[in-house]
Design a protein around this ligand. Sequence first.
Ligand code: GLN
Length: 447
Amino acid sequence: ASLEQIQKKEPQYHCYLTIDEEGAKKRSAAVQKQIDDRTLTGPLAGVPAAIKDNLCTRGIKTTCASKILENFIPPYSAEAVRNLEAAGAVILGKTNMDEFAMGSTTETSFYGITRNPHNPEHVPGGSSGGSCAAVAAKECFYALGSDTGGSIRQPSSFCGVVGIKPTYGTVSRYGLVAYGSSLDQIGPVARNVSDCAAVLETIASHDPKDSTSVKRDDCDFTSALYEDVKGMRIGIPRDYFTEGLQAEVKEAVLAAAKELTAKGAVVEEFDLSLVEYAVPAYYVIACAEASSNLARFDGVKYGYRTAEYEGLHHMYKKTRSEGFGAEVKRRIMLGSFVLSSGYYDAYYLKALRTKALIKKAFDAAFEKYDLILGPAAPTTAPRIGESLSDPIKMYLGDIYTVAVNLAGLPGISVPCGMDSKGLPIGFQLIGNLFREKDLIRAAYTWE
Ligand code: GLN
């Protein structure tokens, strides 16, 4: 059914970069046999999934939507993908994204844009736009995305689906092509909260191959589906409802807060400080890490190499000039600049200090509240082309999501209405470290 839907919808939306029809059919038959033999059980057995194209899949092309990896076929799979496969997942293919996950619209992909299934004149958000659009268009039952500064939560809200960014360290980053390593987390995108919980439960694991992986014994996330929201304390940051927030988004999010109150949560407003510093601190840190992480794409080890060159340095230069897109180059330059000896203290170190203060502000909030509620993005999905001309404006659109990554916290985006153009609106719940169950509990009760 998923393959049929792909055939019908893909020409219009372009959610996928690679569709592995043959592999999926073979796998599906093999899993069906295991299910019949009762050697495989569990909620994900046989369920078709899509994987963001920055997650390595053994034998299946993994491009990060970049020209520089146009022919890269990984010899291994990401740990999260392996966990899914062990649970019987059927992988349909790899989804479109912003190049190296840098962007908020999926327009920086080298392989063309993805369209929002709710209104094809609009973007699906990003960078996991292909994953979220594929779930929204029913071209898969769920998908994996990655979230460095909002790339699961923002496109989930633009596409009217549910997405979770787990606590840093919950899902192994082994096999995820690194963007900002101290911020990156893999997470699920699905049609509803319970599907998301089931997928997260499956992909979460301690992995010695990722030195930041955390050993947890509380990853039975679906158990949170049986609890309600009564007595939960939810804080709404006043600073999230200021200028620049689309009126319809504000209304829908506040209406969701009211419903949560009606269901027994205690909801109140509070001041979360430092909100305006999150975006600048994030872009300094993310670009610094990216400039270092992307040094490995040099035409020697992976993917694309320029056709003609004279000597090694010329080969590096030409390969990288031709292989990376404009947004990726901008970030490598910005990152190299803030790490350079003359500017390190003024920018990079300052950003790290800001990050520590932001974490403190969240710590203080979580002394009073179980959850923080706000929008996932200041607007609904922009029209195609609108964001590309003004990168600063695009960066500012990440105001509600990036602080969560800086502090390592879990967050969920849940659909809560539509604007006048029929574009989905999502609210975001932010939880304390390792409190995904609080997110799932509240979101599921609301849903
Ligand atoms: N939009 C943000 C950025 O461009 C977040 C991207 C992400 O989470 N991968 O960096």
